[in-house]
Write a protein that binds this ligand. Sequence first.
Ligand SMILES: Nc1ncnc2c1ncn2[C@@H]1O[C@H](COP(=O)(O)OP(=O)(O)OP(=O)(O)O)[C@@H](O)[C@H]1O
Length: 252
Amino acid sequence: MGNRDVVVEVRNLYKSFGDLDVLMGVDLDLYKEENLVVLGRSGTGKSVLIKIMVGLLKQDSGSMKVLGREVSDLNTKELNALRLKIGFSFQNSALYDSMTVRENMEFPLVRNVKNLTKKDITYKIEELLDAVGLPQTINQMPSELSGGQKKRIGVARTLILNPEIMLYDEPTAGLDPITCVDINNLINEVRERYKTTSIVITHDLACAKMTGDRMAVLLDGQFKSIGTFEEIFPRAEDERVKSFYDYNFINS
Ligand SMILES: Nc1ncnc2c1ncn2[C@@H]1O[C@H](COP(=O)(O)OP(=O)(O)OP(=O)(O)O)[C@@H](O)[C@H]1O
């Protein structure tokens, strides 16, 4: 891990929807260049937490500081600037089906960065396709790519704006075990090469083990356990944390 600068600081964060209490006192420090895995069953509030982090939702109380700024205090312009520093890698890759790989990658660049020459754009696209090991796909359509390749291109497209923070939402969902290992390696390589700080949301403990420096388990609206894989799972006492481990490593 790099130094211990805190990139995201969450303190006593609460969020409810009517009678539904989702986040109930979340605390978290995400350190620079760390890969933090967030685990939690469906509906525990992982997406709500991420949405508060990028200013799509507002907390009821508590604090969410990203890159030193309290997100709920930011105006629209500041929020847009913050979002450019956060790369979101979607579960379904979110590529535009009617565009080639090159056009898919060009799109966020042209939209967000002024005064780039055609040469700059091509250079950047080629560099990132190289980084994800798919330079040969530049003129292909998404329909011609495998699920794993689409994920890689999705990650390359997210990286094109040089984000400081990467959010990976279920990066291995729907992939075969070998492609999962590939994507996990990619997440680690991205951190090495681009010095990103990452949050990986997953239900896949093998993915968690390979990519996470630490993991945080969201239970009853809080991170009850935060630590390395070995600190949390093999000897978990909470039945729900234990069942996560048993399900992934014994019953599957
Ligand atoms: N805008 C909203 N209005 C009302 N309820 C919401 C809203 N957003 C989320 N919720 C509720 O908050 C709870 C947590 O949702 P969230 O999407 O964060 O779950 P999750 O942990 O990301 O689940 P999954 O793993 O299935 O994606 C759910 O019960 C959901 O219905």
